[in-house]
Design a binder for this molecule. Structure first.
Ligand SMILES: [Zn+2]
Length: 243
């Protein structure tokens, strides 16, 4: 029995309200992303399904099924590295594979033609800027800046681990656990903070680029308005603060 969008919105809001407070805003946003996929506003949604979400992942998958969406649990994507950035050390490559094996996200889509593309991207584990922007319905300018930051953070983490830990096995264990050695100077802290900084577009999972932050009518701002209209139309709570 297919649910209406309004019924799905009410169910997702109820599920998000049951999530622990520190995960509630993220679960609420993921619920809106699921509704945006069902409404045809977003091609593919990537919903967080960590253990600390409680009943939310199973409930969200049930709603996706009832809305006739395709869905698949898999690991999160990493940004693709170009030839200049290739050549990662083996201990890091195996650490990323170990991290991905324990990650759990739920991919959802409405157009059946997207299933093969989602599966291919998940199998490769890394996606290009154009691919991620097209699949997730994000502005390419924002994805480009996000990828550049994520790859620089990856390089910084590898360099820091190499500098502080002499043994490849120990390096692998640190990276597999997602532990980044802490900076040693104010300059290094500033660099790390800058690379970790995000500027979400309210009511979306878009991490805005500098140009979109400066221009509320830019690609991210325009998309954000459509998400906020969808939330209002479905009487769905928007957790993000106003811009
Ligand atoms: Zn942008």
């Amino acid at each position: 029995m297919a649910k209406t969008l309004s019924e799905a919105a009410a169910r997702l809001a109820e599920l998000a309200a049951r999530v622990e407070p520190d995960q509630r805003a993220a679960a609420t946003q993921d619920g809106l992303d699921l509704l945006a996929v069902a409404a045809g506003l977003k091609p593919v949604g990537v919903l967080g399904c960590d253990d600390d979400r409680g009943d939310w992942p199973l409930g969200a998958a049930a709603v996706a099924y009832e809305l006739d969406l395709g869905f698949q649990p898999d690991a999160l994507w990493y940004p693709a590295r170009d030839a200049r950035q290739a050549g990662l050390p083996n201990w890091y490559v195996t650490a990323v594979a170990a991290r991905r094996a324990s990650q759990n996200a739920l991919y959802v889509w409405r157009d059946p033609a997207l299933e093969a593309r989602v599966r291919q991207a998940c199998a490769r584990g890394r996606v290009t800027v154009a691919e991620e922007a097209a699949l997730l319905g994000y502005p390419e300018c924002c994805v480009a800046q996000h990828h550049a930051q994520a790859l620089a953070l990856e390089d910084l983490s590898i360099a820091a681990i190499v500098r502080q830990v002499p043994d490849d096995d120990a390096r692998h264990r640190l990276a597999a656990a997602g532990i980044v050695p802490l900076p040693h100077s104010p300059e290094e802290w500033r660099e790390l903070d800058a690379l970790r900084a995000i500027a979400p577009e309210p009511a979306t999972s878009i991490n805005r680029c500098a140009a979109c932050v400066a221009d509320p009518d830019g690609p991210a701002g325009q998309l954000g308005r459509r998400y906020r209209e969808l939330a209002r139309a479905l009487d769905y709570p928007v957790s993000a603060p106003a811009a």
